[in-house]
Ligand binder design. Structure first.
Ligand code: GLU
Length: 494
């Protein structure tokens, strides 16, 4: 059984399953998860599916799969159950109803018969008068005759919460400090829509209270909802949790992160071949600042180091370069087999393998992929790095690279290489190293003047893979074909 005493930390992640799982959502989940794991608390996963037009079961599945992929488990919630279920809001309508009846009976809520057109007209009039658009309470004190008239017209009422006047609402936010709101700025708001479905602000309060949530860590955009929720906690006689509103995630141009900035969903990053360890590490640093300079944290290290005191108020900037740098660190730690698994879908997509390979071919593919390890930030980059093993043609990386082959001593080096390579009996790293030594001797040139043109002619790149590793994997025939092809592009026929 879960603990209900004040020392027990209970957090929740409460996504709305209305579309792709956004990285901002993953960050909220992570902060809650870290808090729970660090403090020995419980993590609850609740699905907020009251938006009937936009919620889909696929989106819920997608969120759960992404959380699992990232390694964030939950102790209570959908699928796993728990003492305060059900954990899907649409399965809790009878619970909300009980509280709504109570609020209505106490006069803390009332039926509102205003039509969308009337509400719109009110909003427009207030806005035109330069006032904050809010509900002015037209239905707050209807007589029974008025109610009967509206009912006879067939109007379906919503239910509004009667916001108390002249109240100062003080939120001691874990991230933003003390934030004060004036209840007079909040109009009576809808808690149950005319179709009987509760609004977010209402259901969230009842759920968080009944699920004994102690800490609500969520996105900053919900800060403006929080005073409404605080009023509801008080009206329902519930104890408020601690709130922590984590800052917006901005794109590098300091505008709210959106599709314009590139991939925004966890799934897109998974499909691109990023690693859970890289994503989690990166997300943790979007808002949380470790006490020292350390930037690389495993999930275990994060669990130990994370704390809400060092979650910053200022917006977090999503720098893809940083994500790549972090992810690369974790890519380098993969074993050859693990790296191959990451590479596989990308290699298949590119047509470099079928996925059915066995024996020598499979071993060769693994060896080829493992040569890419130090040069990639994420899986989808692998085919590009190993393309020269598979393609007959390639482009030079840039003009400067191409210019390497225009050097005066290049034809001599290349001719010597083409002459000597086929003579090597056992093609392996030591024999290739020995081959380069002998080319240096024959041509009387320094190492770089030998390696660089051969590398560029073979791969189209100035940097990257060790030639002693690449040549045995590529085979004499392909190496010679690439080299001749490159020289032909420069008009040098050998
Ligand atoms: N369902 C809300 C959302 O996805 C939850 C907000 C909250 O954590 O209170 O934004």
């Amino acid at each position: 059984m879960c603990c209900n005493d004040d020392d027990c930390i209970r957090v929740r992640f409460a996504p709305s399953p209305t579309g792709p799982f956004h990285i901002g959502g993953a960050r909220s989940a992570l902060f809650n998860w870290l808090l729970a794991r660090k403090l020995g608390g419980k993590m609850v996963l609740r699905i907020e599916d009251t938006d009937r037009d936009r919620s889909t079961p696929e989106s819920e599945e997608n969120i759960k799969a992404a959380l699992k992929w990232l390694g964030m488990d939950w102790d209570e919630g959908v699928d796993v159950g728990g003492p305060y279920g059900p954990y899907r809001q649409m399965e809790r309508l009878d619970i909300y109803k009980k509280y709504t009846d109570k609020l209505l009976a106490e006069g803390k809520a009332y039926y509102c018969y205003c039509t969308p057109e009337e509400l719109e007209a009110e909003r427009e009039a207030l806005t035109a008068a330069g006032e904050n658009p809010r509900y002015m309470g037209k239905c707050a004190n209807l007589t029974s005759e008025q109610i009967a008239k509206y009912e006879a017209e067939g109007r379906k009422p919503s239910i509004r919460f009667r916001v108390p006047k002249d109240q100062e609402i003080v939120i001691n936010d874990m991230v933003r400090g003390t934030v004060v709101f004036d209840s007079n700025g909040i109009g009576d708001f809808v808690i149950v829509k005319s179709d009987g479905i509760p609004t977010y602000n209402y259901a969230v309060v009842i759920d968080d209270a009944l699920m004994h949530i102690t800490h609500v860590v969520r996105a900053e955009e919900h800060l403006s909802n929080t005073p409404r929720q605080c009023l509801l906690y008080d009206a329902l006689g519930f104890k408020q949790p601690k709130f922590g509103h984590i800052s917006l995630i901005l794109g590098p141009d300091h505008r709210k992160m959106s599709k314009r900035h590139g991939a925004t969903s966890v799934d897109q990053y998974r499909q691109m071949g990023y690693l859970p360890a890289g994503i989690n590490n990166f997300l943790a640093l979007l808002g949380w600042a470790p006490v020292d300079e350390q930037e690389l944290f495993t999930m275990e290290e994060l669990t130990k180091a994370f704390d809400m005191d060092h979650v910053a108020k200022n917006p977090a900037v999503f720098e893809i370069k940083k994500l790549n740098w972090i992810n690369q660190h974790y890519m380098r730690q993969l074993s050859a087999d693990e790296l191959f698994e990451v590479a596989k879908p990308h290699m298949i997509e590119k047509g470099y393998m079928t996925g059915e390979e066995t024996g020598e071919k499979l071993a060769w593919l693994k060896a080829v992929v493992s040569t890419s390890k130090d040069y990639i930030a994420y899986g989808a980059e692998i085919p590009g790095v190993v393309s020269m093993y598979f393609e007959d043609e390639f482009d030079f990386e840039d003009e400067e690279t191409k210019a390497v082959l225009a050097g005066a001593t290049v034809p001599q080096v290349i001719a010597c290489f083409l002459e000597e390579l086929p003579k090597v009996e056992v093609l392996d790293a030591p024999s290739i190293k020995a081959l380069f030594k002998s080319i240096q001797k024959i041509t009387k040139l320094k190492g770089k003047d030998v390696f660089m043109p051969i590398r560029v002619a073979m791969t189209g790149k100035q940097h990257g893979l060790e030639l002693a590793q690449v040549i045995p994997l590529m085979g004499v025939e392909k190496v010679c074909a690439h080299v001749k092809n490159s020289m032909a592009k420069l008009g040098v026929n050998l």
